[in-house]
Design a protein around this ligand. Structure first.
Ligand code: SAH
Length: 393
């Protein structure tokens, strides 16, 4: 039997049901666990506390599967966890409003390292840790049985896999997935490229926020600052925006945005797609005296961890300062950070600093979060990564 013994007093986080065990908390390892194998986690005095997946290459040396040391960790265990996650999704308020949905959100659904998203009738799986990798084939079989899907595409090409000593994988896992497919969300259709997209294909976490922008956009001149494939752009147009200017650094993302406009019969509206650096473009708009009534800023992750927070803070400050300067009186700034390393408090302070330096008075009229299919276990605050503010000047 593989067992790990914690240093004296280092069981505190575990007793609060936080699922991560850092290397520095471990006094000794008994046995020779393979990467991803199940280990029993014991208090310094030998009392078993939990069962966890062993990650020998990561600073997060083990992740808890169950806080009941007597529950076997086997296929049946994972089937129960997956069923429970699917049941929870089925009870969400917007279930049925979209055929693209996160089904498993890793730690927050009790399966650390595993992300599973449904895109129409296929699944995209992301395995991020030694533990999820160890069980991947079993998990894939159970997922097909429990969802009725026939196909799984694997997008295990996130950087964090490197920290676990795992190579990137971007390939079919079960069946023969098509290269692209169409999803529908709140009445709009989007093309998704399975292998060349961000995340698992689409920013599912912004679903409710896209709908909010649709509700705010009527008769406004809109700027969509980091548009990707046009999620906010499409919604602004669907909500009756007067014009939309869409900026992204990626030509491929904008090509797909153009396709999405056509797909939804929105291509003949007043919408302009511009490729380029949003920081430079917004500065140019400011210098040209252009103004907007609604600006969406959804930049990429500037700070993956707290260690990058300072440099990231500059980026957020600069882009939000430009955003505030480009607004007409009464205008709305819808601004996001998806950086795990930037807390909601810090983000609000950064945006407040940006408004001050822009010389505008702004108030928060809505605070936004990741959508409900990306839940945050109360025992795992790290699960909260996306925050947004709607500020009116
Ligand atoms: N709002 C989108 C997701 C945005 S993801 C949605 O709801 O689908 C962030 C986007 O920022 C990516 O498409 C990336 O290509 C783009 N990006 C990254 N750096 C950028 C920069 N400096 N200027 C403009 N776009 C940038």
């Amino acid at each position: 039997m593989n067992r790990i013994f914690l240093k004296k007093g280092r069981e505190r986080a575990l007793l609060r049901r936080h699922p991560w065990i850092f290397s520095g908390a471990i006094a000794r390892v008994e046995g020779d666990p393979a990467p991803g194998a199940t280990v029993t986690v014991c208090r310094a005095d030998g009392t078993p506390l939990a069962q966890a997946a062993w990650s020998p290459h990561s600073q997060i040396r083990a992740r808890v599967w169950t806080f009941d040391p007597s529950t076997p960790v086997d296929a049946d265990f994972f089937r129960k966890r997956i069923r429970a996650a699917l049941r929870r999704r089925a009870s969400l308020p917007f279930f049925g409003q979209s055929d693209a949905l996160r089904l498993i959100h890793a730690e927050s659904d009790g399966i650390p390292g595993l992300i599973v998203d449904r895109y129409a009738d296929l699944l995209v799986l992301q395995s991020l840790t030694a533990g999820s990798e160890f069980w991947k084939e079993t998990l894939a079989d159970i997922l097909l049985e429990e969802t009725g899907a026939a196909t799984i595409y694997e997008r295990s090409d996130a950087d964090v896999r490197g920290l676990e000593g795992l190579p990137p994988i971007n390939a079919p896992l079960r069946g023969q997935p098509p290269a692209t497919l169409t999803i529908r969300e709140h009445g709009l259709a989007y093309r998704v490229h399975l292998s060349a997209s961000h995340k698992t294909g689409f920013y599912l976490d912004q679903r409710e926020n896209r709908l909010l922008v649709r509700r705010l956009a009527a008769d406004r001149d809109v700027l969509d600052g980091f548009s990707y494939t046009g999620g906010f752009t499409l919604n602004a147009l669907a909500g009756g925006a007067r014009s939309v200017l869409t900026v992204d650094a990626s030509e491929e993302a904008l090509a797909l945005a153009a396709e999405n406009l056509r797909l939804n019969g929105l291509a003949d509206r007043d919408v302009t797609l511009q490729s380029g650096d949003a920081f430079k473009r917004l500065r140019r708009f400011r210098d040209e005296g252009r103004r907007f009534d609604l600006i969406v800023l959804d930049p990429p992750k500037f700070a993956p961890t707290a260690a990058h927070a300072q440099r990231a803070a500059r980026g957020y400050k600069d882009i939000n300062l430009l955003g505030f300067k480009l607004l007409r009186p009464g205008g709305l700034l819808v601004t996001f950070s998806c950086s795990g390393g930037i807390s909601p408090d810090l983000f609000q302070k950064i945006v407040a600093g940006a408004a001050l330096d822009a010389g505008v008075q702004a108030r928060i009229v809505a605070q936004l979060h990741q959508s409900a299919d990306h839940p945050i276990a109360l025992t795992f605050p790290e699960g909260a990564y996306l925050k947004g503010l709607v500020c009116q000047i």
